[in-house]
Design a protein around this ligand. Structure first.
Ligand SMILES: Nc1ncnc2c1ncn2[C@@H]1O[C@H](COP(=O)(O)OP(=O)(O)OP(=O)(O)O)[C@@H](O)[C@H]1O
Length: 256
């Protein structure tokens, strides 16, 4: 994407950002309101940008036909994931497979495979409304991967998962990142440390930092631990944010 701009009324959620994502697991980190969801929604083709150009899997997302082609190869777990409570897990994931225009002959096996990958085979014929919050989240992940997407977008997928499920989910993420491009937004620096190949730190609609989890931890090692606190990765996160804020303040001062 180049010059990607998203506005919500007077709020600039994304301020002309340039980014590209290749194969692997990309962690999107940033404070509340930084613009992570706005970015994922544009990539998921559910929101139109106000400016800039976005290309996904070779499709320019400004074209209608291109959008449909891109959607078939996408997987998306929204932050507020809506589902039909009366559907069983199988029915719900099959419904998403149908929406993605998967051929009927393949869909049945694909649904079972996706549900198995999130560890819910024993509940596949249970109604979604009877599941715990963490299980519903896993159904959300299953529907996102049912079509073996080339690009998988996950907005806060670990919210509501217990620690054991989170650990299992991270290994699933690593597996998925070996096959496709995964973009995952999270508040948890541990998710990034454990599962991501690259980190993008977003702040006030801008890219504040890009690098590997190791380079972010190295940045944390280089700052005064007593002054910031936390582990190396958390210190790196804080130092990168503060660095970006200082730079933005200097630029704004120079403009005045
Ligand atoms: N529908 C909307 N109407 C008005 N403002 C919005 C809307 N959606 C987002 N915003 C604003 O746009 C900015 C970016 O929001 P966004 O949800 O993309 O951030 P985020 O990084 O995903 O935040 P969080 O971590 O809290 O989910 C924020 O200032 C937010 O208040």
């Amino acid at each position: 994407m180049t010059g990607l701009t998203v506005r919500h009324r007077r709020t600039v959620a994304l301020d002309g950002i340039d980014l590209d994502f290749g194969p692997g697991v990309h962690g999107l980190l940033g404070p509340n309101g930084a613009g992570k969801t706005s970015l994922i929604r544009v990539l998921a083709t559910v929101a139109r940008p106000d400016g800039g150009r976005v290309e996904l899997l070779g499709h320019d997302l400004s074209g209608h036909r291109e959008l449909a082609a891109a959607r078939r190869r996408l997987g998306y777990l929204p932050q507020d994931f809506g589902y039909y409570p009366g559907f069983t897990v199988r029915e719900f994931v099959a419904y998403v497979a149908w929406l993605k225009e998967m051929p009927g002959a393949e869909a049945g096996a694909a649904v079972e495979r996706a549900v198995a990958r999130v560890g819910l085979t024993d509940r596949i014929d249970a109604k979604v409304k009877t599941l715990s919050g963490g299980m519903v989240r896993r159904v959300g992940i299953a529907q996102a991967i049912v079509n073996d997407p080339a690009v998988l977008l996950l907005d806060e997928p670990t919210a509501g998962l217990d620690p054991e499920q989170r650990v299992e989910f991270r290994s699933l993420l690593q597996e998925l990142g070996g096959e496709s491009t995964v973009v995952v937004s999270t508040h948890l620096v541990e998710d990034v440390a454990a599962a991501c190949t690259e980190v993008t730190l977003v702040e006030s609609g801008q890219v504040a930092y890009r690098g590997t989890p190791t380079s972010l931890a190295e940045l944390g090692e280089s700052v005064d631990g007593a002054a910031i606190g936390g582990n190396a990765m958390e210190r790196g996160y804080t130092a990168a944010l503060r660095g970006h804020r200082a730079e933005a303040a200097t630029t704004a001062g120079a403009r005045r």
